[in-house]
Structure formats: C-alpha cells, structure tokens
Design a binder for this molecule. Structure first.
Ligand code: GLC
Length: 715
C-alpha cells in the first residue's frame, strides 16, 4: 500500500497543481491517440509541465496506453502513474444499445452485465476510469444527449446508475478487488438534462424543491453505490455554472452528501466560467473552481496559470490544494497503480476477449431486451416461410452502433441485411433512399416490393445527428423517409416500421400508415441479430419507453411527471377554453412513458392494498397479472403513487417501483410491491423532506397511462 501522505510531501506546489490537471495524451507524447470530444485550445503550458500532469483522457488500447505510461514514468520527475480516463458509455469495442435503450429495458441486472463487459474490455485496454454513468434526467427530445441518459424518470435513472456503478467498480465495499474493475464517474452534475429549449450547453433553471425531488436523486444513487468520481456540467444552474456553483458543489455534494471522492470538470468547463462571463482572468477562474472543490481541471489551463497569484494573495491555501491532490492520489492508490501502473492492461487478453462470442451474445440479448414494440396489428412475428422485402436507409447499413461508441467500429456490426441473410430468409432488400435525399427511387421500390405482402421499412435519424452538440428543432423522420413509408402503405403492403434513433421521434405523420412499430434505438454491434430474433419471434419484446414520444416537438419538454394545474385538461377531452392545453393538438404525448407491447397479452386485475399506512409502517399493494396468450413473456409491472394532499404542487403520479415478471403462456402471477414512508415524502423549497397525512392513490399497470388503481390513507 502506498503512503499517499508521504508521496504528497515529495511534490512541489506546481506538481500538485499539475496532478489537478488533465489533457489529451497528445500534449504529452505528441501522438494523436486521444479522442477529441470538445473544442480544441492551445495551452500556455511548457513540455516539462505536460510531462507531470496527473491524468489523461480519450484513449484506450493496451499497446498505446503502455507506451504512454512508460514514456510518462520515464520523463516525469515524481514518477506518479497517470490515471487513464475515457468515455466508455455503452461498450468499449463490443458496443451495446445506447444508454437510452438500456433504460428502456427497465432491467437493472442487464445494465449491470453490460457495464461489466464494458469494464472488462476497458480494463484490458488500459483504461482506469470511465466517464459513465450519465444520469441526467431528460424530458426534451430536442436535446441530443438524451441518447446518453436512461430517461425521464428519477427512480429508473437512479436504479440504472447503481447498476452501472456496480458493473464498473464491483460490489460496494469490494471495489477494485477484481483487476477488471474500473472507476465510475457519474455525470453531469447537475441538471444538464434540463437545458432550456433543449439547446445543448444552455442555462438551466430548476427550483430547489424540484431539483431535490426529481433531478438530484440519480446522482446521489450513484454515489450511494460507491461511485468514486463526479463530473461537473457545462450549464449554469439557477444562475451559476456548475463548476463555480458552491450550492451544489459544496453545500450539497460535499456537506449534505459527504462525498469525499474526486470531482473532475467537464471538457474546458472551468475555462468556460470565463465564457459564461463569470470571470475574465485565470486567477479568478481557478479560485472559483478550486473553492468549489473541483479537483481536476479537464482540458483548460487556469489552475496552472492562476495558482501562484492565488497563493501569493492568500486567496487559496496550499492546504486546500493538498486536500484536492490527496483525493486524486487516493484513487490511484485504490487502483494499486503505485504498485502496478498497468493494472489489467494486456494485449493478450485484448485478443482473447474483445468482441468475443460471449460479448457479442450479450450485445444480441441487449437488443432483444431494449427494443420497444409500440404497435402491432397482428403482423408480428413474421413467418419465416413467407417472402418479405426490407427497404430504407437502415435496411443494410452498419451505421447503427451509436454516435459515441468509444472504440466501436461500425463495420463490425451486424446489419439487418447481414442477420436475415445468415438465416436464409427469402427476402428482397434495397436502400431506396438515403436519410437526407430529396426523393426515393420509386422504380426500385416497386421492383423490390411488388412480389411480397409484408415490408420492413428501416428508417431513422443519422446517428451523428445525436449526442453532444446535436440538438434538433425538428424531431420527425426526414421527409423522404416519411414519403417512403406512405408510398409502401399506398401500395397495400403491410408495413413493419423499424426505427434507428437516439431520441424520441415525432411519428404522427406515419403512425396510421404502418402495421407495426419497433423502436430499435441505436443498437450497438448486434442490431441485426437482435432484431431478427424479435421480428421472427425467437425472442419476445419486454422493453418499455424510458422517455415519452411527443405528439409534436411543440410539446417539448414533456413528461409523465406532470402537474394537474388549477385548470386541468390532461385527458384531452376537449373540455372548455380556459383550461391548460393546446387548441391545435393533443396535450398528451403520442406514446407515454412506460409503454411497450409484447407478443404475450397481459391482463391486470384484482388490485389489493393491505390497508392504510401509519408513519413507521410498510404496506403492500398487489395485483394479478395474467398472460392470456400462448406466448411466454416478461412484463414490466410498474407502480406509481399519487399524493392528494401537499404543501407544494406534486406530480399527478411518480414511478415508485417496477418489476420484470416472467409469466408463461396462459399463466398468472400475483405481483406485490411494498410501500414505505420514504416513497411518500417529498421536498419543498425549504429543503424539508416530509409528507402530510391524507389520501394517496396507488396505480399498478403496464404503463404510465394504463393501470389499475386503489387508494389508501397515511394516518
Ligand atoms: C465531453 C462531454 C463529457 C465527456 C467529456 C470527456 O464534452 O460533455 O460527457 O465525458 O467531454 O470526453
């Protein structure tokens, strides 16, 4: 065990500041081995200083990392190993469905298994830290980064956050004992998912009662699971950019939550305090971030440029610097880097494990458990003996792994065409148009579909139009794709729509032209394999929407977490003029949070509550779920609670539990949820987390809009 306090004493003040600084490896060894994920700047730093920074980001690969670490340990004066960090957000080289799709699984165990394989491939490739999970709660499909989130609900995001952390770090209390364990970094703290107008990097306004009730719990869940690192968000939150926001960084994170791990800024987020207009020099910039306990400045140079002045003027102390540096050294010590700077790095293991069959099989299973069936007019599953056609930009493309897929290679993915061809299905296949074409090839279309009755139309958005810096004002399919769907429909063909998307899409123009809708999301490496199994019924759908599909982008931001108002028009019954709603479109989204069909048919009945609840009591609610079909299936049973007496407005319902329940054909199961007082408590603007006695309604069902309900009183 290294003595980090002794190591600290060997460092000069400048070397301590450099431990608090992170750059791409390119600045250290001159190779372009780092992934650029932000605006590039030149830094007022000399080569000797670069050779003593504490960590690097954006790289992976056993050979590359070993060479960098060796070069660095030879050149740096202090010989403290580099921490190697990277964005491994849904797979390293074996790529899984995007995080929004993983949220759709409502399957915490699946999320953990995905994170585990991700950790293994990352660790053998030399990575020590992944900038994941991203748990920002999102309810605006215009925001490109909804792709990286697990959706609009705090409980789902919190459970997914915990699952990812376990998968990366190992069980809480046993972290890093396995050589494949890597450090998780929860991001982006805080409230980044609520950017105004869905515009990336925009300001965020969240009142304290809502911040604490809805937006903060997923970050807290990750930290409660042992997550060792937090990344600050770009956005201003309630007037102050996160990296200088003492309320969230000190009062909440360090004091209320007692987090003693490392905080790292996002890419140049410290530097952007200047762009935000909060500062106009390096010393002020560094002072604000260091006083907010931002331990590592990523890709900007204000700590190293401003620290001397701050120390000379007594604006920060060396003791403050020591606290930050010790948190960083503790991470390196926890990973055993002082004894073995290479940890699990292994070129041999890379050859054996990366993209191995086991990992590819999990990627296939993940597609089966994340694709959401939104509509099925008894057309699916297809019959293998019936010839079909597959058309559209995604009929035979490998550009399906997602916009931010670390070392994933599009060409290593299995397209729909690949999968169907390998299974000897008799089908015609043609692209007919690209996503952004003016029009489609009508002659080719007729030729491709004239001799079949059923057509898979594979459409979506360009994966590079999703993710960071890719907000959209229009969330419909491109016109040529909508025209293609309508044309196939006009030719009296049955249409199976398969969507490749990184955000909810506006489907209203085509929803009546199709007989089935599969939301595949960006699927990762085994998209075609998983979709083949689902389309032919070799596996059954079980996923649900983690984020609603708006009727129109005009509804954004929109979520099931909604409030009745003083003049409700929530049921779109067209009630009176002076009510809260639109006069030219429905109030409610086209598809709701928690919606998703199966080949099975689940019927809910006999909801029972065990009785009223006293303060320190737990009660139960149960419901019978019958599978009245001949197909075994897994139902995602959801429990929502609605408070009827409160001191600040409360949502009409909040998800308070969900269970994946396997129910075989023509069988029935009774599903029971416990309800405790903490599920009922809520925050107000005085930071009180309390609940009033009075009536509550419990809803248990298949989605946020289809359920049985029963009432109870808190007495
Ligand atoms: C990016 C992203 C952040 C990522 C970081 C490092 O700009 O905002 O999610 O982890 O920079 O790549």
């Amino acid at each position: 065990m290294a003595d980090i306090n002794e190591i600290l004493k060997t460092l000069t003040l400048e070397e301590k500041i450099l431990q608090m600084t992170q750059y791409l490896p390119d600045f250290i060894d001159g190779n372009d081995s780092g992934e650029i994920t932000g605006t590039m700047y030149s830094f007022d730093i000399n080569q000797e200083q670069f050779l003593n920074v504490g960590s690097v980001l954006g790289l992976g690969g056993a050979k590359t990392v070993r060479e960098l670490q060796d070069f660095y340990l030879e050149k740096s004066r202090h010989k403290i190993p580099l921490l190697i960090m990277n964005d491994v957000i849904h797979g390293y080289r074996t790529i899984f469905p995007i995080p929004l799709a993983i949220g759709a699984s409502f399957d915490d165990e699946l999320a953990e298994r995905i994170a585990r394989v991700t950790a293994v491939e990352s660790a053998i490739s030399g990575i020590h830290v992944t900038f994941s999970p991203m748990v920002d709660l999102v309810n605006d499909a215009r925001f490109g980064r909804v792709m990286e989130s697990t959706g609009e609900d705090p409980l789902l995001n919190a459970n997914m956050a915990k699952a990812f952390v376990r998968g990366y770090q190992g069980e809480k209390g046993q972290e890093f004992k396995d050589e494949y364990d890597i450090i998780a970094c929860v991001k982006h703290f805080a409230g980044y998912g609520k950017v105004t107008a869905g515009r990336d990097y925009n300001y965020v306004e969240i009142p304290d009662y809502l911040l604490r009730q809805t937006y903060l719990p997923p970050y807290k869940a990750a930290l409660d699971e042992g997550c060792r690192m937090v990344m600050t968000s770009f956005n201003a939150l309630n007037g102050i950019p996160s990296s200088a926001n003492s309320y969230i960084m000190n009062d909440i994170l360090r004091k209320e939550w007692a987090f003693d791990g490392v905080v790292i800024s996002d890419w140049n987020a410290v530097g952007e305090l200047w762009q935000h207009g909060l500062t106009d020099n390096s010393a002020d910039t560094a002072e604000k971030a260091i006083n907010c306990n931002v331990d590592i400045e990523m890709m900007s140079d204000h700590y190293i440029k401003g620290y001397k002045q701050l120390i000379d003027e007594g604006r920060i102390t060396e003791e403050q610097i020591d606290v930050c540096v010790l948190r960083i050294l503790k991470l390196k010590e926890e990973l055993g880097l002082f004894e073995n700077p290479y940890r699990a790095l292994s070129e041999e293991k890379e050859k054996e494990l990366i993209l191995c069959e086991e990992h590819r099989n999990l990627a296939t299973e993940s597609v089966e458990k994340t694709a959401v069936l939104l509509k099925n007019n008894d057309i699916l599953p297809l019959n293998k003996n019936e010839k079909i056609a597959i058309v559209g930009p995604f009929a035979d493309t490998h550009n399906i792994i997602g916009a931010w897929s670390c070392k994933g290679v599009n060409e290593e993915s299995t397209s729909i065409y690949n999968a169907f061809k390998n299974k000897n299905i008799d089908f015609n296949c043609a692209k007919i148009c690209d996503i952004e074409d003016e029009c489609f090839d009508e002659q080719k279309l007729i030729e491709t579909i004239k001799d079949v009755d059923k057509v898979i139309v594979a459409v979506g958005e360009n994966q590079d139009d999703t993710g960071e810096g890719n907000s959209k004002g229009i969330i419909k399919l491109s016109k040529v794709q909508e025209d293609l769907v309508k044309k196939v429909h006009s030719m009296n063909k049955k249409v199976v729509l398969v969507l490749f998307n990184g955000r909810p899409l506006d489907l209203k123009n085509i929803i009546d032209c199709v007989d089935a809708v599969i939301v595949a999301w960006f699927t990762g490496t085994e998209g075609g394999s998983g979709l083949y199994n689902l389309i032919y019924g070799e596996s059954n759908f079980s996923a649900k929407l983690p984020m609603c599909f708006p009727y129109d982008v005009a509804q954004c931001p929109v979520s099931y977490i909604d409030y009745i108002t003083g003049r409700p028009k929530r049921d779109d019954s067209g009630s009176g003029r002076y009510t809260s709603g639109y006069i030219d479109m429905p109030n409610l989204p086209l598809f709701a949070f928690g919606e998703g069909l199966s080949y099975s048919k689940f019927v809910y009945d006999n909801i029972q509550i065990s009785g009223d609840m006293e303060e320190n009591q737990t009660i139960t609610v149960s419901v019978d779920v019958s599978n009245v079909s001949d197909v075994d299936g897994v139902e995602t049973v959801q429990m929502y609670i609605s408070d009827k007496v409160f001191r600040v407005i409360r949502p009409m319902k909040e998800l308070k539990g969900y269970k994946k329940v396997r129910i075989n054909a023509n069988d029935k199961k009774t599903v029971t949820f416990e309800i405790n007082i903490d599920m009922l408590k809520y925050y107000d603007n005085d930071k009180k987390f309390e609940v009033e006695k009075g009536e509550f309604e419990v809803m248990v069902g298949t989605s946020s809009k289809e359920y049985l309900s029963v009432k109870f009183n808190l007495i």
